[in-house]
Design a protein around this ligand. Structure first.
Ligand SMILES: CCC(=O)SCCNC(=O)CCNC(=O)[C@H](O)C(C)(C)COP(=O)(O)OP(=O)(O)OC[C@H]1O[C@@H](n2cnc3c(N)ncnc32)[C@H](O)[C@@H]1OP(=O)(O)O
Ligand SMILES: NC(=O)c1ccc[n+]([C@@H]2O[C@H](COP(=O)([O-])OP(=O)(O)OC[C@H]3O[C@@H](n4cnc5c(N)ncnc54)[C@H](O)[C@@H]3O)[C@@H](O)[C@H]2O)c1
Length: 330
């Protein structure tokens, strides 16, 4: 087989490098399904994988890219055949197993999902892990009783990948969405995705966090975490839920027990990486139907190639991306 191009991150004692290299299949991790990658997308975790301080990569060198969509080139597993359109996200992709920033990827069959009818490779990668995380957040909150009539739902970090998809999906389902952002110039973008109101990010960081405040949110999607979370919890309505997925605002928080024991508030941990396959498949089917954001293209911050990736990966760690950067492979 011909050689192909991929982004490679390597770390030795003295050097950290991120660059495009020419690889052969022997350079890829093992797996039953060889995929010719059409599109990938950039997630915050990919930024961490390409950063010397990221702590997400399990062994170097690594081809990063936690998301990929493409066409099966060969498969030793009978569930997949040459020519099938597929996608794969997370598990160990791009951190412990060579990932999607490559013209070819070799992936365990257990990680591969048929591309749902109603989604192109490109649309699947606008969604990618950030879409799956938003969909899983909505699903978990619905499982815990969230319904459109219950009251406003807060989305923190609303202009990011997870946040943009959450605003869009919730609005399309009929929820009243309040989008929180620190980016004053992006209010029109968020209203375009369906936000009914905008909350300035600073309002989630009051000088004094009270253990309980006036009940406000029926639910909250939180990819930001950190110091804002205790304040969000203090304002969740009785029986409401916070779906916590991220740490862009900090990895730690200190909160009072009162929202949990006096209002029955649920703090739901969202792990898209190991979301079990049956649920993952159901959520991808929903993302191709009732959860498909009506304005997916509006979420594309930029389309890039392997050569543009090093810059895009730095950019996402600096909160510089609105929606998604997608990557066209071939
Ligand atoms: C798509 C999802 C995302 O965006 S995730 C992106 C954000 N994730 C991060 O920033 C995590 C980076 N990792 C870290 O900062 C550290 O590994 C943390 C989690 C703080 C733990 O550090 P420390 O206490 O020093 O121990 P350690 O690294 O040796 O790990 C302890 C045990 O935890 C495990 N662990 C580590 N990372 C993960 C992970 N991503 N998923 C699941 N488990 C993880 C390690 O394997 C280790 O367990 P074990 O000893 O191997 O059984
Ligand atoms: N748990 C999971 O399965 C899962 C899956 C995907 C992403 N994530 C996490 O979710 C987070 C977002 O990921 P993404 O790919 O959407 O990234 P992104 O860069 O597209 O979005 C990050 C958002 O956080 C905002 N932000 C940054 N710093 C902030 C701060 N100090 N205070 C408030 N907001 C801040 C940014 O403005 C942006 O809106 C990351 O922490 C990522 O690790 C988790």
């Amino acid at each position: 087989m011909e050689r192909f191009r991929a982004l490679v991150v390597d770390k030795t004692e003295n050097q950290f490098t991120v660059g495009v290299q020419s690889l052969s299949l022997d350079d890829l991790s093992e797996g039953e399904v060889l995929i010719r990658v059409a599109y990938s997308g950039v997630n915050y975790k990919d930024g961490l994988a390409a950063s010397p301080k990221g702590r997400v990569v399990r062994s170097y060198p690594i081809v990063p890219g936690i998301d990929l969509a493409g066409t099966v080139a060969a498969s030793s597993d009978p569930r997949f055949r040459e020519g099938d359109e597929v996608l794969a996200t997370s598990y160990e992709l791009g951190v412990g197993h060579s990932g999607g920033f490559s013209e070819y990827a070799r992936v365990p069959a257990a990680w591969v999902i048929p591309l749902p009818k109603g989604l192109s490779h490109r649309e699947a990668m606008i969604l990618g892990t950030s879409g799956l995380t938003a969909a899983l957040s909505v699903h978990r909150m619905e499982e815990n009783g969230l319904r459109p009539g219950n009251g406003p739902v807060l989305v923190a970090g609303a202009t990011g990948g997870v946040g943009s998809h959450a605003v869009s999906m919730l609005a399309a389902l009929g929820y009243e969405v309040t989008a929180s952002t620190g980016k004053a110039q992006e209010h029109d973008y968020l209203r375009g995705l369906g936000a009914a109101s905008i909350l300035n990010r600073e309002e989630l960081y009051p000088e004094t966090v009270k253990p309980l405040t006036k009940e406000r949110w029926a639910g909250a999607v939180d990819p930001v975490g950190g110091a804002a979370l205790p304040h969000i919890l203090s304002a969740v309505r009785r029986g409401g839920s916070v779906a916590l997925s991220g740490l862009t605002g900090g990895a730690e928080f200190t909160a009072a027990v009162f929202p949990f024991i006096l209002r029955g508030v649920n703090l739901l941990g969202i792990d898209s990486a190991y979301c079990p396959l049956p649920l993952r498949q159901r959520l991808w089917e929903r993302m191709a139907s009732d959860l498909k954001p009506p304005r997916l293209e509006a979420m594309v911050h930029a389309e890039t190639t392997l050569d543009g990736l090093p810059d895009a990966l730095q950019h996402i760690l600096q909160s510089g991306v609105r929606g998604k950067v997608i990557v066209k492979l071939k």
